[in-house]
Design a protein around this ligand. Sequence first.
Ligand code: IVH
Length: 680
Amino acid sequence: MLNDQEYRAIIDKIRAADIAYYQSDRPLFTDAEYDSLYRAVVEFEQQNPLLADPNSPTKKVSGNVSATFSPVRHGAPMLSIRTETDATSEGARAFDRRIRKDLKLSETAAPVRYRAELKFDGLALSLRYERGVLVQAATRGDGEIGEDVTANVRTISEIPQRLRGAVVPLMIEVRGEVYMRRSAFETFNERARNSGGTPLVNPRNGAAGSLRQLDAKVTASRPLSFFAYAIGALSETDDWREATNLPTQTALMETLAAFGFKTDEHARTVDGADALVAFHADVLRLRDALDFDIDGVVYKVDDRQLQRELGWVTREPRWAVAHKYPPEEMTTFVEAIEVQVGRTGAITPVARLKPVMVGGVTVSNATLHNFDEVARKDVRVGDKVVVRRAGDVIPEVVRVVLEGGGARAEPFIAPAVCPVCASQVVREEGEAVARCTGGLACKAQLQGALLHFVHRKAMNIEGLGDKLADALIAHGSVSRISDLYSLEAPKLISMERMGEKSVTNLLAQIEASKTVELHRLIYSLGIRHVGETTAKTLAKHYGSLDAVMNASIESLTMAQDVGAVVAQSIHDFFRQPVNVDTINALIAAGVTPQNPATAIGASLNENVAGKTFVLTGTLPTLTRDEAAAMIEAAGGKVSSSVSKKTSYVVAGAEAGSKLEKANELGVAVIDEDGLRGLLG
Ligand code: IVH
């Protein structure tokens, strides 16, 4: 239990955190830390009501009104939801018990109907519509008075400017959560990191900061979304009253959806405690796959008449509760800052952390993205940091928590040479990423290349993990990927942790990998910018490894979804002698790519690639579709009209006006044999 002095100290901390959060969008604590401070204050006040500070943060809804935006008085107060502290399934049962007791239901009475919803982790917003037209948008503020953010809210496309439907109330306050999708947040930050901008701390802070921009153009450039989940004040007209009946939260959500709002599609209307428990568990399993942050679920008594009967206590309704999940941001300490060298030489600084549970998973490493980010966040060994792990993205260090006092370690210095191979580290102009220039002479790059080569989606060689890859490289048994095919049993058996059986299995896997689909072989080479999809495109487009290797940049850009950067990268890769040697060694070792059956058999051909063809008339043996497919497979384009830009008109029997036009413009005219000649 706290003493009076500790109680006051915590109140001061909460006030400072509220000011930093609500007025400068700068969180001092993680949500979990804030909650636990808040709970300690509540507990102290319950046990020592006489010592309670009349201005305690528990006496008002937290959130404050800054001087920057005009104040707006809400038509009905925007309150908060009580948090169920027990994160286990017991939390849901305790809520149901309380509701049944408050409603004086006997044990045999029917289960209570609830609306179970996601608890969105964004920023609450109240939207005032008069005769169906959006007239004002306000943040929650202190619950009574919020900030006018109408101009900014008008830039959010998911918020209707006008309610849909013929019958709308005279006035309605629609309440919901502004948030930023995880994908939008990642894209925004990726771009910011690459262009020297300032990344956002997390999606919620991103949403809050974007909404409170002075310049609505800035808000417009930030991708914000909105979910509606409640209403505030409502003035009905007779028409509306007749047409609309809102007996339940479920019906209310349907009405909001009909108005044109996005509502929570995961929400369920359920009966009794068991269903709440199941909902809590189901949503937790779903949590990582969602494209937005949630910090729990909300249970609401569905019947709005019962809601009114249950009423409110201080700042929270009695008919709703928030049931939390483990936080996705936690604080821990940096034990070391190391750099990792990836297979393309990209150098990523990584924080080794004192292990901590984040969102239900133990995290002991977190990415620092790049050296600019380390400097900007000023992360140093020994620092207390906030770590975020949300969805399936790699955990990251969000920020340092400076607690004043104590001396810190020296700032981190980016290495000038690769820590693995001592080659120079370079940063290309305009690139945020630093790279080791060692190529496959760098053991880290070689290890990355090897692990990529054997990957399930590449050559699919099982039984070669990072330990064995390390050992093979250290022994000198593998100095380029093709060396895998010269491994022999005696050498493998001599390696640590390699039994006879695993050696036999591994060798069988390596042998089996020699027969491989072409796109897998292309992908396994680890060409920069060539993922699985591009590898498939290339295999299909060119039909053989030779054709891909010989393709010109111009021809490459003709392949589907291959842009200039990717084409350049593919072209460069096959012009580097080490890569050509490796490929030759693979083929010499017996690797035989299976060319795709779908390719028409034509390989890319400089006569055809980049050229435009027009087909006209009936060809002797080929249909027009077949001819077009052959031209396209060889990198050519097929157009339907003849112009000066047409390279060839392929004319068959009964060719008409297109042939005339070709003659007029002096475009070369060929027949099917001529086409076959070009295709080679
Ligand atoms: S209902 C009377 N439903 O959580 C209750 N709130 O801690 C009014 N929130 O201020 C709110 N998801 O910003 C409600 N499905 C949901 C919610 C939700 C997130 C937020 C909202 C509210 C806070 C309460």
